[in-house]
Design a protein around this ligand. Structure first.
Ligand code: URA
Length: 235
């Protein structure tokens, strides 16, 4: 069969929808993340719908009782690379934005060294509300929030996800995985490459391990076919 571009396929599917056809079975793109079929504007709209209609004023778990703001996530919905952390801290809870505190400075610096601006990637967390006293999210809290993150991943369909720290790794991929064992080695989620790496807060406590995170970043950049411009010897 003749191959259709993303835009052509979207038009065909719109036409089917007008005819009242709600779903179609597409045989040879079974493993293709659905976001690959959407334009940047469609992704943006799908994320806004998820935020307003899906999450709304969420009260699904106890974290909602103590949060100030829901931290949905932010960035380019059509990005190549997504960064996923654990959950908002005090600064993120106040501002309603992910990674804007001290750990955020470490993450932003990594993003910049990789040759991106924050606005060019997408940043999100396992849970969207701050766990009190910065404790790890409980499994029932992560479970009620995860469908929204998975939907974000599905819509964005980045080429790579950098999953930062054990909490993100274990909730997103496998509760038995350890960051110390699998960091630097690509994993798979819905056909998307996932690179486990240290959490920025860990790097603040263990700066001697920053070079390992940089190695993980270089593996990601090579996979994306991007030039490695930063010299890690220069900090
Ligand atoms: N730590 C996280 O895991 N996420 C944030 O958004 C901030 C700090």
């Amino acid at each position: 069969m003749e191959e259709l571009s993303r835009e052509e396929l979207a038009r065909v599917l719109d036409f089917y929808k007008e005819l009242g056809i709600e779903s179609v079975y597409i045989d040879d793109v079974k493993d293709e993340p659905m976001g690959n079929l959407l334009s940047r504007q469609e992704k943006q709209r799908a994320l806004e719908d998820l935020m307003k209609d899906g999450i709304g004023d969420c009260r699904r778990c106890r974290l909602s009782e103590t949060r100030t703001n829901i931290v949905f996530g932010e960035g380019d919905p059509d990005c190549e690379i997504m960064f996923i952390g654990e959950g908002p801290g005090a600064d993120e809870d106040m501002q309603g934005r992910p990674f804007v505190g001290r750990a955020g400075q470490v993450l932003t610096s990594l993003i910049n060294k990789m040759g991106f601006e924050r606005e060019e990637v997408y940043i999100a967390n396992i849970v969207k509300c701050r766990p009190p006293d910065n404790r790890n999210p409980h499994s029932d809290e992560a479970e009620s929030c995860l469908p929204f993150l998975k939907r974000q991943i599905e819509v964005i369909s980045p080429k790579v996800i950098m999953v930062m720290g054990n909490v993100a790794l274990q909730n997103l991929l496998d509760p038995d995985m350890r960051i110390t064992k699998v960091r630097g080695k690509f994993q798979d989620l819905f056909g998307i490459k996932v690179m486990p790496t240290f959490h920025p807060s860990y790097l603040m406590r263990n700066p001697k391990d920053k070079w390992l995170t940089w190695e993980d970043a270089v593996t990601v950049l090579k996979f994306l076919g991007r030039d490695v411009v930063h010299d890690p010897g220069r900090g």
